[in-house]
Design a protein around this ligand. Structure first.
Ligand code: AMP
Ligand code: MG
Length: 406
């Protein structure tokens, strides 16, 4: 059976093969976090654009301060943003503030903490030896005018926003978010607002998938729930195929009323896999139908969540105009031993914390893939790879944080 790693590679290859280039939109810089850049950001000038002091203190000539105790004449001061026309000659210095331009002639800044105002007026004693370049960031050392600061297809985070701001980009061209249709299935499923009958359940997958879609950077289009009847299911799937991708929950197992694959096949879908060597999430299906990626995720809520994270997130990344991000696995120490029998990679509800000073993870008791209550007591999945299904307390283990929580 296919490993989740190979299944992801398949999703990535197939989705990238669609060669969809998303439409663009122009956003205010402050609204662009989490979006994918559709343009480059180029440095409009050298950064810094002058030799910048990184400390409050005195701009000196290092040759005057080879040893501690040099006494220098203070010929003026320079504030951040200010200009100092004169140069600094032998035996002279200038009081300088953080962020100000180092004047001609000076080649080091001595921190104010390492100086003492002299007995005489306008005299300062430099109490440490200075080296050329000390506490100065030279002009152009961060970037040069014309350098590409951000490449197209970069994901915009706060540092990217800062560098775009520095370069004067008050607006950014970004790609439009892909629209991901979400369709749950099942005769037993009723709306969240409804009072379920004794053997019915509320539709939690629709809204949890919508949250996952949005955390992955796409727009969720909630289509509601389809009953386990081929005609109605087909109609709602066709509606979903109008969006950039379609995610279904339920109806992909071996039951008599699991119709998703059959209906998709009837609509001309090509499938790339319909089972994975994972638990929960084994019956996950991926295909292309009418040119759109379609994920048939199992209906058990924890299975739906795990398979969305592993399979659908990389497709969302590509449809967003970017590259697929890796699965963000962390390492943590096991607080208690764990063991699983089935030769599958297991994703177990768990709590990750740093209270002991290092990342520690504890498996939570749970009732299997329908037990979203257990998942909600934790913040991550403990990942037990099928190559090593037994680990003792104190061993390092992979952890998959729950997106948006950690
Ligand atoms: P299925 O994959 O259709 O066989 O469903 C597996 C389990 O997940 C069943 O217990 C379903 O009742 C449950 N389930 C299916 N769809 C949903 C949903 N939208 N919300 C919550 N649970 C669901
Ligand atoms: Mg079902």
């Amino acid at each position: 059976m296919l490993s989740y790693e190979d299944a992801r590679l398949k999703v990535i290859e197939v989705t990238a093969g669609l060669r969809r280039i998303p439409a663009r939109e122009n956003l205010k810089l402050q609204n662009s976090a989490g979006r994918i850049l559709a343009q480059e950001i180029v440095a409009d000038r050298d950064y810094p654009s002058f030799d910048r002091a990184t400390r409050d203190g005195f701009a000196v000539r290092a040759t005057d301060c080879r040893e501690a105790g040099a006494k220098l004449r203070v010929i003026g001061e320079i504030r951040a943003g200010g200009e100092f026309a004169k140069g600094v000659s032998a035996g002279e210095c200038v009081q300088i503030m953080t962020g100000a331009a180092v004047p001609q002639g000076a080649d080091a800044v001595v921190m104010i903490e390492h100086t003492r105002t002299g007995a005489r007026e306008n005299e300062v004693t430099i109490e440490r030896a200075a080296e050329s370049g000390m506490n100065i960031v030279p002009r152009g050392s961060e970037s040069r005018a014309g350098d590409v600061l951000l490449r197209a297809k970069t994901r915009v985070g706060y540092a990217e926003i800062a560098i775009a701001a520095q370069a004067g980009a008050a607006e950014l061209d970004v790609y439009r978010k892909p629209r991901v249709a979400i369709l749950s299935t099942g005769d037993e499923v009723v709306a969240v607002e409804a009072q379920p009958g004794p053997f019915e359940i509320r539709n939690s997958n629709g809204v949890s998938l919508a949250a996952q879609v949005e955390l992955a950077g796409a727009e969720a289009v909630l289509l509601g729930n389809a009953p386990d009847r081929a005609d109605e299911l087909r109609e709602m799937i066709e509606r979903g195929l109008q969006e950039d991708a379609l995610v279904l929950s339920g109806g992909v197992s071996m039951g008599k009323y699991d119709l998703v694959e059959e209906v998709l096949r009837g609509l001309g879908a090509e499938f790339f896999f319909d089972a994975l060597a994972i638990r929960p999430g084994r019956p996950a299906v991926f295909g292309i139908c009418r040119g759109k990626p379609v994920f048939g995720l199992p209906g058990n809520p924890v299975s739906t969540m795990v398979t969305f994270e592993l399979l659908a997130v990389p497709a969302v990344d590509i449809l967003s105009g970017s590259e697929a991000r890796p699965v963000p696995l962390l390492k943590a120490k096991l607080s208690r031993g764990v063991e699983q029998k089935a030769a599958l990679t297991h994703f177990l509800p768990a709590v990750l914390d740093w209270a002991s000073g290092e990342a520690t993870v504890s498996e939570l008791p749970w009732q299997g893939s329908g037990d979203m209550a257990a998942l909600a007591r934790g913040n991550c999945f403990l990942v037990l790879h099928r190559s090593k299904l037994k680990l003792a307390a104190g061993e390092w283990v992979d952890v998959l944080p729950r997106r948006g929580l950690l």
